[in-house]
Design a protein around this ligand. Sequence first.
Ligand code: HEC
Length: 375
Amino acid sequence: MISACVKADNLRYLYQARCILASKHPTHINKDLSWWQDEAIRRKLSDHYNGFLSVSLLRTSWLVVLLLLAACSQSSTDPSALPTTVDYNWHIKPVLSDRCYKCHGPDVQVRKAELRLDTQAGAYGVSRDDSTQRIIEPGNAAASLLVEHISSEDPQRRMPPPESNLSLTTREIALIKRWIDQGADWKPHWAFTPPTRPTLPEVRNEHWARGPIDYFILDGIESAGLNPSEEADRTKLLRRVTFDLTGLPPTPTELTAFLNDTREDAYERLVEELLARPTYGERMTSMWLDIARYADTHGYQDDRPRTMWPWRDWVVRAFNENLPYDDFVIWQIAGDLLPDATFEQRLATGFNRNHAITQEGGDSLPFMQVQISKI
Ligand code: HEC
């Protein structure tokens, strides 16, 4: 659900981070990884990982995850309700990226009508056939060529073209129109926008909320016309939180201890205790390993064993030591390029070795491109 909601070309930015580091420390460039610089491969990977890498799994980011969940549930509960303010990164870019970039994106080889919708210059530009006609006219959806194309009943004009098997929903069309009418505010990638604290939504059942995050959850619940469930009993609560944070159910002894703990902050203490357990890092790691495509064998026809577990153990340590998310990502992508890289920083780059590896004596770039396109 999270990955479906979050659409961001994070790998591109991670890749750029790697390039920036490489240009700062050119002598440290890891030759093995130079294939990253191939545009086509990078894009394929970017498409593939789109949305996945954007989900931070560190403790500090649970707030973000909760907010995302709240926002997701809010937008999915009543599809006809449009948000008051349409946000480019949140509502529009994912749609354009999914349904338009295939033919109007960065890849010049497959670009149609010389139109780019992934850049502001392209989207705000003029039609190649009529220079008085703007693709997007900020503040005026009716005058925007893009809107005419996405709303057209004529299959020759309709965008996306029907034969592409891509289509926009009525809601998505309405969102795009509203966004343009509201000024078509183009924003940089969210990762480069400093976060600001949102104002709390107004909720009816205010006393239900124990903290600010609850306001967002409650807002989602209320706008769906629902009421919060009764609070779970302590046995259920313990079971849920223990599964969440360690991946395992509580033991009978732990259950008895929690039921007998009558202190006011018993639950908070429990959470702290669970977060401090080594199993917390293992639990988080199992998710990260899935999306990072961890394997103990090389893949392909031989599928021989490989030694990836030192990297896996590094991930466990990173979670348990609560390594800040930016370090967590930078080290994995380019730890070897950091000045005076430590052993741990180099070890983290094992991330880049999770892909299938053949033991043949050299593969051509086209072969690799085909392999990656199959991921
Ligand atoms: C499968 C390929 C494909 C996809 C996907 C696609 N388009 Fe197009 N688009 C085309 C082609 C081909 C043309 C040129 C049509 C023509 O000239 O008759 C075009 C033309 C356009 C034009 C007119 C450009 C001009 O200068 O006159 C606009 C606007 C447009 N597309 C918007 C979109 C939007 C918005 C999306 C996504 C919602 C989209 N397209 C998705 C193939 C595509």
